[in-house]
Design a protein around this ligand. Sequence first.
Ligand SMILES: Nc1ncnc2c1ncn2[C@@H]1O[C@H](COP(=O)(O)OP(=O)(O)OP(=O)(O)O)[C@@H](O)[C@H]1O
Ligand SMILES: [Mg+2]
Length: 114
Amino acid sequence: MINRELFGWVIENLVKNALDAIDHDAGKISIKISQVKSKVEIEVTDNGKGIDLKRRKDVFRPGYSTKKRGWGLGLSLSKRIIEEYHSGKIFVSNSIPGEGTTFRIIIDSPHSVS
Ligand SMILES: Nc1ncnc2c1ncn2[C@@H]1O[C@H](COP(=O)(O)OP(=O)(O)OP(=O)(O)O)[C@@H](O)[C@H]1O
Ligand SMILES: [Mg+2]
C-alpha cells in the first residue's frame, strides 16, 4: 500500500536529521511503529538538541535549514511524500529544546484493528 522507495527515503531523512541533531556522546534514536485503530503510526525519536516551539512549523518549509551544508529540503519533500502521495500526516509530535524530538507519521492501515 506504500511506495517502498519513497517511504524508505522519508525514514532515512528523519534518521539523518536525528543524527545531525545529536551533539553529545550518549545519543539515542528510536523508531516505534504501532497500529491505532485503522491507522499506522510511525515515530522517530532522538535525544538531540530539540526544536524551539516557534520553529516547529518552519522545519517543513522548503529552504529552511539551520545547518552549514543543509538544503532545507528533507522535511519539505518528506511532507509531500507522506501527505500528497500517501494521504497521511507528518508532524513534530513533541520536541523539547535540549532534550529531544519526536516526529510522527500517520497513515491509513490496510488492516483494521478495533
Ligand atoms: N530531529 C531534529 N532535531 C532538531 N532539529 C531538527 C530535526 N529535524 C529537523 N530539524 C531542523 O529542521 C531543519 C530542516 O530540516 P530538513 O531535513 O528539511 O533540512 P536539512 O536537514 O537542514 O537539510 P537537507 O535535509 O536538505 O540536507 C534542520 O536544518 C533543523 O534545523
Ligand atoms: Mg534533513
